[in-house]
Design a protein around this ligand. Structure first.
Ligand code: PLP
Length: 384
């Protein structure tokens, strides 16, 4: 048995019900039994994604759904706006480039959130832009973007708003229909408490209209095929049966608790994590911290790569380091999905020990105590 504690922003730990479902004998996907289950899971995804639009399910990691958004909404030569600010936002830019879409980028410093006014100016300067690509939680910086404010701007324009909620869903609020977000993409291995392998997408009517006009070549990701199959609760290609069966279990857990409660719990764990970090003198990298992952500056004098390695070697706690230019300078501590309060406290304990062993002296227990104070206070408020 492996007793690693995964505090990474994907993959995240699996609940026992999900692990049990993954080990069941496989069933055939072209059966009424499977279709009923598939239909139920997609309805559950509509609740989780807070939309009445139908949800498309792909067998791929999250990036597959990002690529599907680009190739199904746009044609080579089209203009789009990409909001930057982290490694995942940059992926939208790379995808546009790969398919010959002219992307205007809205620059955002790592750790900052975009000022929605910048999106408004970009749209004013590029009125032909057909889509704005952005991110709910920018996992590389731990920042959550102000999607309702951005949606208020795109709703009044002719561009559709496409949001990467791969790590944000079920951690940060994502009111797709209420805010007027046209396209939301997500993946299975983060807040959904599943292994990697499924990606999802919802599209507004405005977005579906673009799908019919788009001229980018596509085959596996062609949304027209998925839409047609969906009429029979089916998929155009073999469904990832076992992960969908596990999705059914994961959704039961999330929906029994309720989407707002799942998000509130993540917010509490995030607050406890931030309090723990601050209690030992660490500072946050994110100017607008997300509920799903906390990005923390590595204190000066400490080697960031050693820090994450020592946490793992000594305590079997895995946190993520920084990506790209942020490598060695920050670490990212996740608290989404099935990650529990005990896991967060174990992570903070491992962090204290690793920092002490690397010469950054902290009072043992200080981070854990500060986090516990937040957790006890929130438990008291919830039960009151
Ligand atoms: C994890 C993640 C992705 C990438 O998903 P893959 O499943 O690795 O393809 C994209 N965007 C964000 C914000 C993520 O957190």
């Amino acid at each position: 048995m492996n007793n690693d504690i995964l505090l990474t922003p994907g993959p995240t730990p699996l609940p026992p019900q999900v692990r049990e479902a993954l080990g069941r004998p496989i069933i055939h996907h072209r059966t009424s039994q499977y279709r009923a289950l598939f239909k139920r899971t997609l309805q559950g995804m509509q609740t989780v994604m807070q939309t009445k639009s139908s949800v498309i399910c792909f067998t791929s990691s999250g990036t597959g759904a990002m690529e599907a958004a680009v190739v199904n909404l746009l044609s080579p030569g089209d203009e789009a706006i990409v909001v930057l600010g982290g490694k995942f936002a940059e992926r939208w830019g790379a995808l546009c480039k790969a398919y010959g879409i002219t992307a205007t980028t809205v620059p955002v410093a790592y750790g900052d959130a975009v000022d929605p006014k910048q999106v408004a100016s970009a749209l004013a300067a590029h009125p032909k832009a057909k889509a704005v690509f952005t991110t709910l939680c920018e996992t590389s910086t731990g920042v959550v973007y102000d999607i309702p404010a951005i949606a208020a701007i795109t709703r009044k324009s002719s561009a559709v708003l496409v949001v990467d909620a791969i790590s944000g869903l079920l951690a940060d609020d994502c009111r797709t229909d209420e805010w007027g977000v046209d396209v939301v993409v997500t993946g299975s291995q983060k807040g959904l408490m599943l292994p990697p392998g499924l990606a999802f997408m919802s599209l507004s009517e405005r977005a579906w209209a673009l799908v019919d006009q788009a001229k980018t070549p596509r085959f596996y990701n062609d949304l027209r095929l998925y839409k047609k199959a969906l009429a029979d609760d089916d998929t155009p290609f073999t469904s990832a049966v076992s992960i969908v069966v596990a999705l059914d279990e994961a959704l039961k857990l999330a929906l029994q608790a309720g989407v707002p409660q799942v998000i509130r719990r993540c917010a509490q764990l995030a607050e406890a994590t931030r309090a723990g970090m601050q209690a030992i003198g660490l500072t946050l990298f994110s100017k607008r911290p997300s509920n799903g992952v906390t990005a923390v500056n590595v204190p000066s004098g400490v080697d960031g790569k050693q820090l994450t390695k020592v946490m793992y070697d000594r305590s079997h706690v895995m946190v993520a380091g920084g990506q790209g230019d942020m490598a060695g300078k920050i670490f990212r501590f996740a608290h989404m999905g099935y990650i529990s309060a005990e896991d967060v406290l174990a992570g903070l304990r491992a962090l204290e020990e690793a920092l002490n062993s690397l010469g950054y002296k902290v009072t043992p227990g200080a981070a854990v105590k500060a986090a516990e104070a937040v957790l006890h206070r929130s438990t008291a408020t919830v039960s009151a």
